[in-house]
Design a protein around this ligand. Sequence first.
Ligand code: SF4
Length: 406
Amino acid sequence: MDRQAKLEVLGQKNDHELDGPPTPGRRAVTSRFGIFEAKTPNAKLPVMRTMMTSACAQRCRYCTFGLDVDFKRATWKTDELARTMSELSDADLARGLFLTSGLAGNSVRMMDRMLDAVRVLRSKYAFRGYVHLKILPGAEDAQIEEAIRLADRVSLNLEAPTEDALTKIAPGKSLGGDLALRLKAIQALRQRGVRPRSGLVTQFVVGPGGETDRTLLTAVDRLYRAYDVKRAYYSAFTPVLGTPMENDAPEAPTRELRLYQADWLLRFYGFALDELPMTPEGGLVREQDPKTAWAVAHPELWPVEINRADRELLLRIPGLGPTSVDKIVKTRRLTTLRSPEDLRRLRIAPKRVRNFVLFDGRHYPGPQSWMMPPPIQLELFDRIRGFGRLPEDRRRIDPASGGTYV
Ligand code: SF4
């Protein structure tokens, strides 16, 4: 198989590997050769996403690359991959590499091949660009250390928040017996001063494991606080034809959206886990974003004087993010904010904010309709993300491509 064909086969992207939070109209865009625009910590970059091999001995039930799925297999030689990445970089087609892999046979050997490829890329081809390296289940401590030294970012995908949920979707993987050990190894390295330059990230497949939002966010909150995980990615399950879960119900993209919103509240808005509004069943409220749901549940707090409220309280107002709050705090040191127009001048949309604040003692409430977006908007969002399409539309793999290992 030539390099172009390998780029195509190994650049396949699963639906469960979206690159970041969903917004209406945005999907993870992958070119034919696996190059996509990734948001790295410092910039948006064209990144080549590829697998060391698409051969896999595991049977993760949602995955396109599982052992029993009829799919064309290919494997990079280490220098071949490094040279391809270097050439794409020279041509300014890709400026970063995201390297993952199927677990073909011995995962320690496969991790070694991934490390070799990045080592060659860094040394022989003098590549100084962004590298995101996935740590495979079963990787040894020394391999993890080298991955952290070679790459900018490393990921360890937990896929599910509990052993029970993981067993349902990936029966060959173990949270306690394997992935947690890798996490602890990364933690031990951090204590020795060896830490990924752009952090450790993880990913969850949302839905098919039967986990609640509360269970998932509890696990994520612990990862942020105890393991210094930089961020978690959530991916609403989408069944793919040819996989064991092809007939399972897809997870609604609005669930994924609410998880990302709740996650931001934990990381950037000072919310504690038990402050997130949940249903008695442990789900985030779907009809409202969690910050609005929290604000609506605390009418005793509003309105607050925008010229005097603490930064922490301003951050809890729907419609205000850290940047907007910083602008308000800076501006009010010099002048008094007297009306919603003053927010507009700071390039802050006052539409939602005005319901929660006083401007120099005066209240300019706006229409309240934002408190409960009509169901049609959520339905539209789900449809934009492809929820509820016919199975034929979800076909990602050409079954005629055969199942040959190369
Ligand atoms: S280990 Fe599981 S998720 Fe990863 S490629 Fe293999 S089957 Fe897919």
